[in-house]
Ligand binder design. Sequence first.
Ligand SMILES: [Zn+2]
Ligand SMILES: [Zn+2]
Length: 273
Amino acid sequence: MKLVSRAAWGARSRSTSTNITPSKGGVTIHYVGASPINDSHSACAGRVRGIQNHHINGNGWADIAYSLLVCAHGYVFVGRGINRRTAANGTNSGNQNWYAVCALLGGSQQPTDEMVQGIRDAVAYLRKSGGAGSRINGHRDHLSTSCPGGPLYALVKSGAFGSGGSSAPSPGPGASKPVPGVKAPAFPLKSGHWFGPESSDSRNHSGYWSADRPHIRRVRDRLRERGWSVAKGDRYDQALANTIRAFQREKKIGVDGLTGPQTWRSLWEAPVT
Ligand SMILES: [Zn+2]
Ligand SMILES: [Zn+2]
């Protein structure tokens, strides 16, 4: 786990906050919401300090509301930390019995694989060192709110962060779990078609037709989210084909530089290595 201590992010000291009784509940997941957050990691500590300032100066609270915060780069920032009541879950029993983990994620944003892993690390840490119960829910399970947003709440319910939503049973031993907890969107082309550099083959989609361009943009964006250096754009050019070849080699799938259903799925679901 990439843990960032309070000293490391420059936290202000807190006034006393009550101890919690952690074992009854579990972990509640939150997001920041509002506009998309596309910080480079050097800006993440400043964002956490801003949230703390807002909670202390604006809301008059003892400290930042959350137990832990997770950035898009998979770092886990210590907020109130373990064995302390939170101020984030919106009800007395929620704050007393449930830890609060906040993703630094804007409204409608998809979490990165690194963020999903960071939330998993945060949950495991709260269970192991903070006595958190095995349940995971979203802020909206305590009261009416959009938090933690659609994409993150879907992951909460799917069990991506440990055992599933509040009532879902955990998978038995040997059950196979999708690795990063992210589901690929449906492959957008007809069966037998693929994305690739311009070609006379009618099954090939290069971005020549404008209907294909949003999907190609998505492939490029997804590669960038996974850490590949790819230009923005909506055509499937040779440079993109070369990057896809390198990606396919790394994931040990057929190396042809084209994006068909398997490569498409791997762009979302294969672990980042
Ligand atoms: Zn929330
Ligand atoms: Zn970061």
